[in-house]
Design a protein around this ligand. Structure first.
Ligand SMILES: Cc1ncc(COP(=O)(O)O)c(C=O)c1O
Length: 615
Protein backbone atom coordinates (compact mmCIF):
# COMPACT_ATOMS: atom_id res chain seq x y z
CA UNK A 1 0.00 0.00 0.00
CA UNK A 2 1.33 3.43 -0.88
CA UNK A 3 0.45 6.38 1.29
CA UNK A 4 -0.30 9.24 -0.99
CA UNK A 5 -1.66 11.92 1.26
CA UNK A 6 0.28 12.37 4.44
CA UNK A 7 -2.27 14.72 5.91
CA UNK A 8 -5.01 12.18 6.09
CA UNK A 9 -5.03 8.61 7.22
CA UNK A 10 -7.86 6.25 6.68
CA UNK A 11 -8.78 3.33 8.84
CA UNK A 12 -7.86 1.03 5.95
CA UNK A 13 -4.38 2.49 5.88
CA UNK A 14 -3.96 2.14 9.61
CA UNK A 15 -5.09 -1.42 9.46
CA UNK A 16 -2.69 -2.26 6.66
CA UNK A 17 0.22 -0.47 8.31
CA UNK A 18 -0.44 -2.17 11.60
CA UNK A 19 -0.60 -5.49 9.84
CA UNK A 20 2.84 -4.80 8.53
CA UNK A 21 4.00 -3.75 11.99
CA UNK A 22 2.68 -6.98 13.35
CA UNK A 23 4.53 -9.01 10.81
CA UNK A 24 7.74 -7.22 11.60
CA UNK A 25 7.37 -7.53 15.31
CA UNK A 26 7.39 -10.98 16.72
CA UNK A 27 7.61 -9.63 20.25
CA UNK A 28 6.49 -6.72 22.27
CA UNK A 29 9.06 -4.84 24.36
CA UNK A 30 8.24 -6.86 27.44
CA UNK A 31 9.11 -10.03 25.58
CA UNK A 32 5.55 -11.11 25.03
CA UNK A 33 5.23 -12.89 21.76
CA UNK A 34 2.40 -11.49 19.73
CA UNK A 35 1.77 -14.84 18.24
CA UNK A 36 1.37 -16.49 21.59
CA UNK A 37 -1.44 -14.19 22.57
CA UNK A 38 -4.97 -15.47 22.57
CA UNK A 39 -6.53 -15.17 19.17
CA UNK A 40 -8.94 -12.47 20.24
CA UNK A 41 -6.05 -10.13 20.98
CA UNK A 42 -4.03 -10.78 17.89
CA UNK A 43 -4.04 -8.20 15.21
CA UNK A 44 -2.13 -9.91 12.46
CA UNK A 45 -3.82 -11.63 9.59
CA UNK A 46 -2.95 -15.03 8.31
CA UNK A 47 0.15 -14.47 6.20
CA UNK A 48 -1.75 -15.34 3.08
CA UNK A 49 -4.37 -12.61 3.29
CA UNK A 50 -1.83 -9.90 2.76
CA UNK A 51 -4.37 -7.21 3.45
CA UNK A 52 -6.42 -6.17 6.38
CA UNK A 53 -6.24 -8.78 9.10
CA UNK A 54 -9.13 -11.01 9.91
CA UNK A 55 -11.14 -9.53 12.70
CA UNK A 56 -10.11 -6.00 11.83
CA UNK A 57 -12.80 -3.95 10.34
CA UNK A 58 -11.54 -1.42 7.84
CA UNK A 59 -14.23 0.89 9.09
CA UNK A 60 -13.79 1.54 12.76
CA UNK A 61 -17.28 2.01 13.96
CA UNK A 62 -16.89 1.76 17.67
CA UNK A 63 -18.19 4.85 19.41
CA UNK A 64 -15.29 7.05 20.49
CA UNK A 65 -16.11 7.02 24.14
CA UNK A 66 -15.86 3.28 24.25
CA UNK A 67 -12.53 3.01 22.45
CA UNK A 68 -10.51 5.96 23.57
CA UNK A 69 -9.68 6.92 27.12
CA UNK A 70 -9.84 10.61 27.95
CA UNK A 71 -6.63 12.08 26.60
CA UNK A 72 -6.52 15.37 28.35
CA UNK A 73 -7.56 14.29 31.79
CA UNK A 74 -4.30 12.63 32.67
CA UNK A 75 -2.18 15.36 31.11
CA UNK A 76 0.93 14.23 29.30
CA UNK A 77 2.13 11.03 30.87
CA UNK A 78 5.74 10.56 31.84
CA UNK A 79 6.27 6.85 31.58
CA UNK A 80 4.99 4.05 29.50
CA UNK A 81 4.89 0.40 30.18
CA UNK A 82 4.16 -2.28 27.71
CA UNK A 83 0.61 -3.37 27.68
CA UNK A 84 -1.27 -5.99 25.79
CA UNK A 85 -0.08 -6.40 22.29
CA UNK A 86 -2.83 -4.83 20.29
CA UNK A 87 -2.93 -1.70 18.22
CA UNK A 88 -5.78 0.36 19.56
CA UNK A 89 -6.96 1.55 16.22
CA UNK A 90 -7.39 -2.00 15.08
CA UNK A 91 -9.81 -2.85 17.76
CA UNK A 92 -12.92 -3.31 15.79
CA UNK A 93 -15.82 -4.51 17.81
CA UNK A 94 -17.40 -7.29 15.89
CA UNK A 95 -19.31 -8.45 18.90
CA UNK A 96 -20.25 -5.19 20.44
CA UNK A 97 -18.09 -2.82 22.42
CA UNK A 98 -15.04 -3.79 24.34
CA UNK A 99 -12.69 -1.83 26.54
CA UNK A 100 -9.70 -0.16 24.94
CA UNK A 101 -6.50 -2.15 24.73
CA UNK A 102 -3.26 -0.43 23.88
CA UNK A 103 0.20 -1.65 23.12
CA UNK A 104 1.55 0.66 25.79
CA UNK A 105 -0.60 1.49 28.71
CA UNK A 106 0.12 4.85 30.13
CA UNK A 107 1.04 5.10 33.77
CA UNK A 108 2.23 7.89 36.02
CA UNK A 109 0.15 10.43 34.19
CA UNK A 110 0.39 14.06 34.95
CA UNK A 111 3.91 15.29 34.25
CA UNK A 112 4.97 16.99 31.09
CA UNK A 113 7.36 14.74 29.21
CA UNK A 114 10.18 15.86 26.98
CA UNK A 115 9.92 14.75 23.41
CA UNK A 116 12.09 11.83 22.52
CA UNK A 117 14.65 11.77 19.76
CA UNK A 118 11.80 11.24 17.39
CA UNK A 119 10.47 14.68 18.10
CA UNK A 120 7.60 13.10 19.96
CA UNK A 121 8.02 11.40 23.28
CA UNK A 122 6.97 7.83 23.71
CA UNK A 123 4.05 8.99 25.69
CA UNK A 124 3.10 11.60 23.17
CA UNK A 125 3.38 9.15 20.35
CA UNK A 126 1.38 6.67 22.33
CA UNK A 127 -1.06 9.37 23.18
CA UNK A 128 -1.15 10.12 19.49
CA UNK A 129 -1.84 6.49 18.74
CA UNK A 130 -4.75 6.78 21.06
CA UNK A 131 -5.74 10.10 19.65
CA UNK A 132 -5.46 8.67 16.21
CA UNK A 133 -8.50 6.60 16.71
CA UNK A 134 -10.48 9.69 17.46
CA UNK A 135 -10.74 11.06 13.97
CA UNK A 136 -11.84 7.70 12.74
CA UNK A 137 -14.67 7.54 15.15
CA UNK A 138 -15.38 11.22 15.42
CA UNK A 139 -15.13 14.28 13.26
CA UNK A 140 -11.90 15.69 14.68
CA UNK A 141 -9.79 17.23 11.97
CA UNK A 142 -6.21 16.12 11.59
CA UNK A 143 -3.36 18.56 11.94
CA UNK A 144 -1.10 19.23 9.04
CA UNK A 145 2.11 19.77 10.89
CA UNK A 146 5.33 18.30 9.69
CA UNK A 147 6.86 15.10 10.81
CA UNK A 148 9.86 15.37 13.08
CA UNK A 149 12.77 13.20 12.15
CA UNK A 150 13.74 10.63 14.66
CA UNK A 151 17.37 11.54 14.44
CA UNK A 152 16.79 15.07 15.65
CA UNK A 153 18.13 15.58 19.11
CA UNK A 154 15.82 18.43 19.80
CA UNK A 155 13.80 18.92 22.89
CA UNK A 156 10.31 20.09 22.22
CA UNK A 157 9.97 23.80 22.08
CA UNK A 158 9.22 25.22 25.45
CA UNK A 159 10.02 22.05 27.31
CA UNK A 160 13.11 21.31 29.32
CA UNK A 161 15.65 18.71 28.36
CA UNK A 162 14.90 16.17 31.03
CA UNK A 163 16.19 12.67 30.46
CA UNK A 164 14.22 10.58 28.09
CA UNK A 165 13.59 7.03 29.22
CA UNK A 166 14.11 4.18 26.85
CA UNK A 167 10.89 2.53 27.80
CA UNK A 168 7.75 2.16 25.86
CA UNK A 169 7.28 2.99 22.29
CA UNK A 170 10.80 4.17 21.61
CA UNK A 171 12.28 0.86 22.61
CA UNK A 172 9.60 -0.86 20.65
CA UNK A 173 10.60 1.17 17.62
CA UNK A 174 14.30 0.62 18.19
CA UNK A 175 13.76 -3.07 18.34
CA UNK A 176 11.95 -3.06 15.02
CA UNK A 177 14.67 -0.97 13.54
CA UNK A 178 17.59 -3.03 14.69
CA UNK A 179 16.00 -6.37 13.99
CA UNK A 180 14.43 -5.58 10.70
CA UNK A 181 16.52 -2.92 9.09
CA UNK A 182 19.87 -3.44 10.78
CA UNK A 183 20.19 0.32 11.19
CA UNK A 184 21.70 1.73 14.32
CA UNK A 185 19.82 4.96 14.23
CA UNK A 186 16.82 6.59 12.70
CA UNK A 187 13.30 5.43 12.49
CA UNK A 188 13.18 2.45 10.20
CA UNK A 189 14.23 4.52 7.26
CA UNK A 190 13.92 1.60 4.96
CA UNK A 191 10.33 1.06 5.80
CA UNK A 192 8.14 3.65 4.16
CA UNK A 193 5.05 2.22 5.76
CA UNK A 194 6.39 2.65 9.24
CA UNK A 195 7.61 6.10 8.35
CA UNK A 196 4.27 6.91 6.88
CA UNK A 197 2.47 5.76 9.97
CA UNK A 198 4.63 7.85 12.19
CA UNK A 199 4.36 10.81 9.87
CA UNK A 200 0.63 10.71 9.85
CA UNK A 201 0.37 10.11 13.51
CA UNK A 202 2.78 12.95 14.14
CA UNK A 203 0.40 15.32 12.41
CA UNK A 204 -2.41 14.11 14.57
CA UNK A 205 -0.34 14.28 17.70
CA UNK A 206 0.81 17.74 16.83
CA UNK A 207 -2.80 18.76 16.41
CA UNK A 208 -3.54 17.21 19.75
CA UNK A 209 -0.62 18.98 21.37
CA UNK A 210 -1.97 22.31 20.27
CA UNK A 211 -3.75 22.29 23.56
CA UNK A 212 -0.34 22.70 25.22
CA UNK A 213 -0.13 26.23 26.61
CA UNK A 214 2.18 28.63 24.78
CA UNK A 215 4.82 29.28 27.40
CA UNK A 216 6.98 32.11 26.13
CA UNK A 217 9.42 31.89 29.04
CA UNK A 218 10.05 28.22 28.31
CA UNK A 219 10.39 29.00 24.63
CA UNK A 220 12.98 31.67 25.35
CA UNK A 221 15.17 29.04 26.97
CA UNK A 222 15.38 27.29 23.60
CA UNK A 223 17.30 30.30 22.20
CA UNK A 224 20.80 30.53 23.67
CA UNK A 225 21.52 33.94 22.11
CA UNK A 226 18.69 35.55 24.06
CA UNK A 227 20.41 34.81 27.35
CA UNK A 228 23.12 37.46 26.88
CA UNK A 229 23.55 41.07 27.95
CA UNK A 230 24.33 43.97 25.62
CA UNK A 231 25.79 47.14 27.14
CA UNK A 232 25.11 45.56 30.51
CA UNK A 233 21.38 45.11 29.81
CA UNK A 234 19.54 41.90 28.93
CA UNK A 235 19.30 41.63 25.16
CA UNK A 236 15.86 42.47 23.78
CA UNK A 237 15.78 41.21 20.21
CA UNK A 238 13.21 43.20 18.26
CA UNK A 239 14.83 42.96 14.84
CA UNK A 240 13.01 39.82 13.80
CA UNK A 241 11.89 41.13 10.43
CA UNK A 242 15.59 41.37 9.53
CA UNK A 243 16.43 37.95 10.88
CA UNK A 244 15.24 35.59 13.60
CA UNK A 245 17.33 33.93 16.29
CA UNK A 246 17.99 30.18 16.21
CA UNK A 247 16.73 27.60 18.67
CA UNK A 248 19.15 25.08 20.10
CA UNK A 249 17.44 22.37 18.02
CA UNK A 250 18.62 24.04 14.81
CA UNK A 251 22.12 24.77 16.08
CA UNK A 252 22.52 21.19 17.28
CA UNK A 253 21.17 19.75 14.06
CA UNK A 254 23.72 21.60 11.96
CA UNK A 255 26.50 20.65 14.37
CA UNK A 256 25.42 17.04 14.28
CA UNK A 257 25.31 17.07 10.49
CA UNK A 258 28.90 18.27 10.28
CA UNK A 259 30.04 15.91 13.02
CA UNK A 260 28.39 12.81 11.59
CA UNK A 261 27.00 13.00 8.09
CA UNK A 262 28.80 15.67 6.09
CA UNK A 263 29.38 14.75 2.47
CA UNK A 264 28.61 16.11 -0.95
CA UNK A 265 25.31 14.73 -2.18
CA UNK A 266 24.15 12.53 -5.05
CA UNK A 267 27.44 11.79 -6.69
CA UNK A 268 29.45 9.53 -4.48
CA UNK A 269 28.25 6.06 -3.70
CA UNK A 270 29.34 5.79 -0.07
CA UNK A 271 27.57 5.80 3.24
CA UNK A 272 28.04 9.44 4.15
CA UNK A 273 26.97 10.59 0.69
CA UNK A 274 23.83 8.54 1.03
CA UNK A 275 23.18 9.96 4.49
CA UNK A 276 23.64 13.55 3.51
CA UNK A 277 21.57 13.06 0.36
CA UNK A 278 18.80 11.59 2.49
CA UNK A 279 19.04 14.46 4.95
CA UNK A 280 18.94 17.03 2.14
CA UNK A 281 15.93 15.40 0.50
CA UNK A 282 14.19 14.99 3.85
CA UNK A 283 14.54 18.73 4.34
CA UNK A 284 12.95 19.28 0.93
CA UNK A 285 10.03 17.12 1.99
CA UNK A 286 9.63 19.10 5.18
CA UNK A 287 9.41 22.30 3.19
CA UNK A 288 6.90 20.68 0.87
CA UNK A 289 4.69 19.77 3.81
CA UNK A 290 5.23 23.04 5.56
CA UNK A 291 4.01 24.95 2.50
CA UNK A 292 1.29 22.46 1.66
CA UNK A 293 2.87 21.79 -1.75
CA UNK A 294 1.86 18.74 -3.75
CA UNK A 295 5.27 17.09 -4.25
CA UNK A 296 8.87 17.61 -3.09
CA UNK A 297 9.89 18.12 -6.72
CA UNK A 298 8.07 21.45 -6.60
CA UNK A 299 10.60 22.73 -4.05
CA UNK A 300 13.87 24.24 -5.26
CA UNK A 301 16.57 25.13 -2.76
CA UNK A 302 18.03 28.61 -3.12
CA UNK A 303 20.07 30.93 -0.90
CA UNK A 304 17.03 32.91 0.18
CA UNK A 305 14.11 35.02 -0.99
CA UNK A 306 16.28 37.36 -3.05
CA UNK A 307 17.90 34.54 -4.97
CA UNK A 308 14.54 32.80 -5.33
CA UNK A 309 12.88 35.81 -6.94
CA UNK A 310 15.90 36.31 -9.17
CA UNK A 311 15.68 32.68 -10.23
CA UNK A 312 12.02 33.10 -11.21
CA UNK A 313 12.71 36.41 -12.96
CA UNK A 314 15.64 35.06 -14.96
CA UNK A 315 13.94 31.84 -16.00
CA UNK A 316 10.18 32.29 -16.10
CA UNK A 317 10.43 36.07 -16.57
CA UNK A 318 12.94 36.00 -19.39
CA UNK A 319 10.99 33.34 -21.23
CA UNK A 320 7.41 34.49 -20.75
CA UNK A 321 7.44 38.25 -20.19
CA UNK A 322 7.95 40.03 -23.49
CA UNK A 323 7.68 43.45 -25.03
CA UNK A 324 4.57 45.33 -23.89
CA UNK A 325 3.71 42.71 -21.27
CA UNK A 326 2.91 43.89 -17.78
CA UNK A 327 4.16 42.96 -14.33
CA UNK A 328 2.00 44.08 -11.41
CA UNK A 329 3.66 44.79 -8.05
CA UNK A 330 2.43 46.48 -4.90
CA UNK A 331 3.81 49.63 -3.30
CA UNK A 332 4.72 47.52 -0.28
CA UNK A 333 7.35 45.35 -1.95
CA UNK A 334 10.85 44.75 -0.65
CA UNK A 335 13.54 45.74 -3.13
CA UNK A 336 14.09 42.01 -3.72
CA UNK A 337 10.65 41.88 -5.31
CA UNK A 338 11.12 45.05 -7.35
CA UNK A 339 14.63 45.12 -8.78
CA UNK A 340 14.67 41.67 -10.51
CA UNK A 341 11.41 42.59 -12.30
CA UNK A 342 12.78 45.96 -13.28
CA UNK A 343 15.80 44.22 -14.80
CA UNK A 344 13.59 41.85 -16.80
CA UNK A 345 11.29 44.72 -17.81
CA UNK A 346 14.29 46.70 -19.09
CA UNK A 347 15.72 43.72 -20.89
CA UNK A 348 12.47 42.62 -22.54
CA UNK A 349 10.76 46.04 -22.80
CA UNK A 350 7.96 45.05 -20.44
CA UNK A 351 6.06 47.43 -18.15
CA UNK A 352 5.81 47.57 -14.35
CA UNK A 353 2.46 48.52 -12.83
CA UNK A 354 2.22 49.39 -9.14
CA UNK A 355 -0.80 48.92 -6.86
CA UNK A 356 -1.28 51.89 -4.53
CA UNK A 357 -1.99 51.58 -0.80
CA UNK A 358 -4.24 53.49 1.58
CA UNK A 359 -3.03 55.77 4.37
CA UNK A 360 -3.18 52.79 6.71
CA UNK A 361 -0.97 50.79 4.37
CA UNK A 362 -3.65 48.52 2.89
CA UNK A 363 -3.83 47.49 -0.74
CA UNK A 364 -6.36 49.49 -2.76
CA UNK A 365 -8.22 46.56 -4.21
CA UNK A 366 -10.20 48.50 -6.77
CA UNK A 367 -7.04 50.00 -8.16
CA UNK A 368 -5.51 46.57 -8.27
CA UNK A 369 -8.39 45.22 -10.31
CA UNK A 370 -8.08 48.14 -12.68
CA UNK A 371 -4.42 47.33 -13.23
CA UNK A 372 -5.10 43.75 -14.26
CA UNK A 373 -5.57 43.26 -17.97
CA UNK A 374 -4.87 41.06 -20.96
CA UNK A 375 -1.17 42.03 -20.95
CA UNK A 376 -0.65 41.14 -17.28
CA UNK A 377 1.80 38.25 -17.27
CA UNK A 378 2.79 38.25 -13.63
CA UNK A 379 1.56 39.60 -10.31
CA UNK A 380 4.34 39.61 -7.69
CA UNK A 381 3.27 40.37 -4.12
CA UNK A 382 4.66 40.19 -0.67
CA UNK A 383 2.37 38.29 1.69
CA UNK A 384 3.35 40.59 4.55
CA UNK A 385 5.12 43.92 4.31
CA UNK A 386 8.48 44.14 6.04
CA UNK A 387 8.26 47.90 6.48
CA UNK A 388 4.65 48.33 7.65
CA UNK A 389 3.56 44.83 8.64
CA UNK A 390 0.44 44.84 6.43
CA UNK A 391 -0.82 41.36 5.55
CA UNK A 392 -1.99 41.36 1.96
CA UNK A 393 -5.10 39.41 0.95
CA UNK A 394 -2.97 37.24 -1.31
CA UNK A 395 -5.50 34.45 -1.87
CA UNK A 396 -8.11 36.90 -3.13
CA UNK A 397 -5.53 38.81 -5.14
CA UNK A 398 -4.31 35.57 -6.69
CA UNK A 399 -7.84 34.68 -7.75
CA UNK A 400 -8.24 38.04 -9.44
CA UNK A 401 -4.89 37.63 -11.18
CA UNK A 402 -5.91 34.18 -12.42
CA UNK A 403 -9.04 35.60 -13.95
CA UNK A 404 -6.80 37.92 -15.93
CA UNK A 405 -4.69 34.93 -16.97
CA UNK A 406 -1.61 36.05 -15.03
CA UNK A 407 0.86 33.98 -13.02
CA UNK A 408 1.35 34.90 -9.37
CA UNK A 409 4.49 35.00 -7.24
CA UNK A 410 4.18 35.41 -3.48
CA UNK A 411 7.13 36.65 -1.44
CA UNK A 412 6.75 34.81 1.86
CA UNK A 413 9.84 36.25 3.58
CA UNK A 414 7.78 38.04 6.23
CA UNK A 415 4.85 35.65 6.46
CA UNK A 416 6.22 32.13 6.91
CA UNK A 417 7.23 32.57 10.55
CA UNK A 418 3.95 34.20 11.50
CA UNK A 419 1.06 32.79 9.48
CA UNK A 420 0.07 29.29 8.37
CA UNK A 421 0.72 29.03 4.64
CA UNK A 422 -0.81 26.66 2.12
CA UNK A 423 0.33 27.26 -1.43
CA UNK A 424 -2.28 24.99 -2.95
CA UNK A 425 -5.11 26.79 -1.23
CA UNK A 426 -3.56 30.10 -2.15
CA UNK A 427 -3.23 28.82 -5.72
CA UNK A 428 -0.11 30.91 -6.36
CA UNK A 429 2.33 29.77 -9.04
CA UNK A 430 5.45 30.63 -7.06
CA UNK A 431 6.11 31.04 -3.35
CA UNK A 432 9.51 32.10 -2.09
CA UNK A 433 10.98 32.37 1.41
CA UNK A 434 14.24 32.56 3.38
CA UNK A 435 15.22 30.12 6.11
CA UNK A 436 16.75 32.76 8.35
CA UNK A 437 13.41 34.54 8.78
CA UNK A 438 11.94 31.40 10.31
CA UNK A 439 14.57 30.38 12.89
CA UNK A 440 16.68 28.57 10.29
CA UNK A 441 20.19 29.36 9.06
CA UNK A 442 21.17 32.14 6.69
CA UNK A 443 22.09 31.21 3.12
CA UNK A 444 19.21 28.83 2.57
CA UNK A 445 15.66 29.28 1.34
CA UNK A 446 13.24 27.78 -1.10
CA UNK A 447 11.12 28.42 -4.15
CA UNK A 448 7.87 26.55 -4.54
CA UNK A 449 6.54 26.45 -8.09
CA UNK A 450 3.63 24.67 -9.71
CA UNK A 451 4.87 21.69 -11.69
CA UNK A 452 3.67 22.84 -15.11
CA UNK A 453 5.45 26.16 -14.93
CA UNK A 454 8.57 24.72 -13.27
CA UNK A 455 8.94 22.07 -15.93
CA UNK A 456 8.62 24.66 -18.67
CA UNK A 457 11.32 26.92 -17.25
CA UNK A 458 14.84 26.91 -18.70
CA UNK A 459 17.78 26.57 -16.32
CA UNK A 460 19.39 29.65 -14.85
CA UNK A 461 22.84 28.80 -13.55
CA UNK A 462 24.86 26.08 -15.28
CA UNK A 463 27.25 23.59 -13.73
CA UNK A 464 27.21 20.40 -11.73
CA UNK A 465 24.08 18.70 -10.39
CA UNK A 466 21.75 20.32 -12.93
CA UNK A 467 22.98 18.40 -15.98
CA UNK A 468 21.96 15.10 -17.45
CA UNK A 469 24.71 14.91 -20.04
CA UNK A 470 27.42 17.24 -21.28
CA UNK A 471 29.40 17.28 -24.49
CA UNK A 472 31.22 20.25 -25.96
CA UNK A 473 28.47 20.43 -28.53
CA UNK A 474 25.50 20.49 -26.19
CA UNK A 475 24.15 19.83 -22.69
CA UNK A 476 20.93 18.23 -21.60
CA UNK A 477 19.42 19.11 -18.24
CA UNK A 478 17.88 17.34 -15.30
CA UNK A 479 14.22 17.58 -14.47
CA UNK A 480 13.24 20.06 -11.72
CA UNK A 481 14.18 20.64 -8.99
CA UNK A 482 17.76 19.54 -9.83
CA UNK A 483 17.68 21.63 -13.03
CA UNK A 484 17.69 24.75 -10.84
CA UNK A 485 20.23 23.62 -8.27
CA UNK A 486 23.57 24.01 -10.00
CA UNK A 487 26.71 23.27 -8.01
CA UNK A 488 27.19 21.83 -4.55
CA UNK A 489 24.14 22.82 -2.55
CA UNK A 490 24.06 24.17 0.99
CA UNK A 491 23.29 20.78 2.47
CA UNK A 492 23.94 21.53 6.15
CA UNK A 493 21.78 24.63 6.17
CA UNK A 494 18.99 22.86 4.30
CA UNK A 495 19.07 20.28 7.09
CA UNK A 496 19.08 23.13 9.63
CA UNK A 497 16.07 24.66 7.91
CA UNK A 498 14.28 21.33 8.18
CA UNK A 499 14.94 21.38 11.93
CA UNK A 500 13.60 24.93 12.14
CA UNK A 501 10.38 23.89 10.42
CA UNK A 502 10.07 21.00 12.85
CA UNK A 503 10.49 23.44 15.69
CA UNK A 504 7.79 25.73 14.36
CA UNK A 505 5.59 22.74 13.61
CA UNK A 506 5.84 21.52 17.18
CA UNK A 507 4.69 24.88 18.49
CA UNK A 508 2.02 25.21 15.83
CA UNK A 509 1.79 28.24 13.57
CA UNK A 510 -1.76 28.87 14.66
CA UNK A 511 -0.53 29.15 18.26
CA UNK A 512 2.32 31.38 17.20
CA UNK A 513 0.03 33.64 15.17
CA UNK A 514 -2.39 33.99 18.02
CA UNK A 515 0.34 34.78 20.57
CA UNK A 516 1.98 37.32 18.29
CA UNK A 517 -1.32 38.94 17.44
CA UNK A 518 -2.00 39.55 21.09
CA UNK A 519 1.53 40.88 21.59
CA UNK A 520 1.19 43.18 18.58
CA UNK A 521 -2.04 44.63 19.97
CA UNK A 522 -0.34 45.24 23.29
CA UNK A 523 2.70 46.84 21.66
CA UNK A 524 0.55 49.02 19.38
CA UNK A 525 -1.33 50.26 22.40
CA UNK A 526 1.82 50.93 24.41
CA UNK A 527 3.64 52.76 21.64
CA UNK A 528 0.69 54.82 20.48
CA UNK A 529 0.45 56.30 23.99
CA UNK A 530 3.90 57.88 23.63
CA UNK A 531 3.76 61.59 22.84
CA UNK A 532 5.39 62.52 19.56
CA UNK A 533 5.50 58.92 18.31
CA UNK A 534 3.65 58.19 15.06
CA UNK A 535 3.07 54.63 13.94
CA UNK A 536 3.41 54.12 10.19
CA UNK A 537 1.24 51.29 8.87
CA UNK A 538 -1.93 50.77 10.83
CA UNK A 539 -3.77 48.19 8.73
CA UNK A 540 -6.05 45.95 10.78
CA UNK A 541 -4.37 42.82 9.41
CA UNK A 542 -0.71 42.95 10.34
CA UNK A 543 2.23 40.82 11.36
CA UNK A 544 4.27 42.10 14.30
CA UNK A 545 5.99 45.05 12.66
CA UNK A 546 5.76 48.45 14.39
CA UNK A 547 7.31 51.11 12.18
CA UNK A 548 7.39 54.53 13.79
CA UNK A 549 8.93 57.97 13.71
CA UNK A 550 9.64 60.04 16.80
CA UNK A 551 9.22 63.79 16.61
CA UNK A 552 12.49 65.64 16.97
CA UNK A 553 14.70 62.57 16.64
CA UNK A 554 16.38 61.01 13.65
CA UNK A 555 15.69 57.33 13.15
CA UNK A 556 19.32 56.26 13.24
CA UNK A 557 19.80 58.12 16.49
CA UNK A 558 16.77 56.38 18.05
CA UNK A 559 18.16 53.02 16.90
CA UNK A 560 21.55 53.77 18.49
CA UNK A 561 20.04 54.94 21.75
CA UNK A 562 17.84 51.87 21.99
CA UNK A 563 20.91 49.73 21.43
CA UNK A 564 22.47 51.36 24.50
CA UNK A 565 19.51 49.93 26.42
CA UNK A 566 20.15 46.45 25.01
CA UNK A 567 17.25 46.77 22.56
CA UNK A 568 17.92 45.74 18.96
CA UNK A 569 15.67 47.35 16.34
CA UNK A 570 16.21 48.31 12.72
CA UNK A 571 16.33 51.98 11.76
CA UNK A 572 16.47 52.95 8.10
CA UNK A 573 14.60 52.26 4.87
CA UNK A 574 14.33 48.49 5.43
CA UNK A 575 15.09 47.83 1.73
CA UNK A 576 11.59 49.00 0.95
CA UNK A 577 12.04 52.63 -0.06
CA UNK A 578 8.89 53.01 -2.22
CA UNK A 579 6.69 51.88 0.66
CA UNK A 580 8.12 54.50 3.04
CA UNK A 581 8.12 57.24 0.39
CA UNK A 582 4.41 56.64 0.02
CA UNK A 583 4.23 58.17 3.51
CA UNK A 584 6.74 60.91 2.73
CA UNK A 585 9.49 59.19 4.69
CA UNK A 586 13.01 58.01 4.00
CA UNK A 587 13.32 55.96 7.18
CA UNK A 588 11.49 54.63 10.21
CA UNK A 589 12.45 52.90 13.43
CA UNK A 590 11.16 49.33 13.18
CA UNK A 591 10.77 47.03 16.16
CA UNK A 592 9.52 43.67 14.87
CA UNK A 593 8.13 40.86 17.01
CA UNK A 594 8.58 37.15 17.16
CA UNK A 595 7.31 34.26 19.22
CA UNK A 596 9.96 34.71 21.94
CA UNK A 597 9.19 38.37 22.67
CA UNK A 598 7.29 39.32 25.79
CA UNK A 599 5.09 42.08 27.14
CA UNK A 600 7.86 42.99 29.58
CA UNK A 601 10.16 43.63 26.64
CA UNK A 602 7.54 45.87 25.04
CA UNK A 603 7.26 47.79 28.32
CA UNK A 604 11.02 48.26 28.36
CA UNK A 605 10.98 49.42 24.75
CA UNK A 606 8.28 52.00 25.54
CA UNK A 607 10.19 53.18 28.57
CA UNK A 608 13.43 53.48 26.58
CA UNK A 609 11.67 55.53 23.87
CA UNK A 610 10.23 57.85 26.52
CA UNK A 611 13.72 58.27 27.95
CA UNK A 612 15.08 59.27 24.52
CA UNK A 613 12.27 61.74 24.10
CA UNK A 614 12.77 63.43 27.43
CA UNK A 615 16.50 63.81 27.16
C1 LIG B 1 9.41 40.98 2.25
C2 LIG B 1 10.84 40.60 2.01
N1 LIG B 1 11.19 40.11 0.82
C3 LIG B 1 12.44 39.74 0.55
C4 LIG B 1 13.43 39.86 1.49
C5 LIG B 1 14.82 39.43 1.14
O1 LIG B 1 15.17 38.32 1.91
P1 LIG B 1 16.65 37.74 1.88
O2 LIG B 1 17.54 38.92 2.20
O3 LIG B 1 16.66 36.71 2.94
O4 LIG B 1 16.91 37.22 0.53
C6 LIG B 1 13.13 40.37 2.73
C7 LIG B 1 14.18 40.55 3.75
O5 LIG B 1 14.06 41.33 4.66
C8 LIG B 1 11.79 40.75 3.01
O6 LIG B 1 11.45 41.25 4.19
Amino acid sequence: MKITNMHEITSDEIAAIATRLYRQLPEMPDGTSLRSLPAAQQVGPPASTGGIPAGISPVIDVPTAAVVPPLQSAGIPSTLTPGPAVMPVLMAAPAGLRPPVYPFDVVNGGNATPLSASGLSDSEFSRGLNANSLPITSSRTPGTLPFSESTASASPPGLSEASDGKDGLRRFVERIRVEHTGQSSGFCHQDPLLQGLRQKLSARIAADLKSRPFDVHQIRRDFPILQQRVHGKPLIWLDNAATTQKPRAVIEKIKSFYENDNSNIHRAAHTLAARSTDAYEAARQKIQKFLGAGTPEQIVFVRGTTEGINLVAHTFGRKYIGEGDEIVLSTLEHHANIVPWQMIAQENRAILRVIPVTDRGEIQMEEYQRLLGPRTRLVALTQASNSLGTILPVAEMTQLAKRAGARVLIDGAQSVAHLPVNVQQMDCDFFVFSGHKIFGPTGIGAVYAKSDVLESMPPWQGGGNMIRDVTFEQTTYQEPPARFEAGTPNVADAVGLGAALDYVGQLGLANIASYEHELLQYATHQLSRINGLTLIGTAPEKVGVLSFVLRGHREEEVGRRLDQEGIAVRAGHHCSQPSLRRFGLEATVRPSLSLYNTREEIDQLAEAIRKIQHR
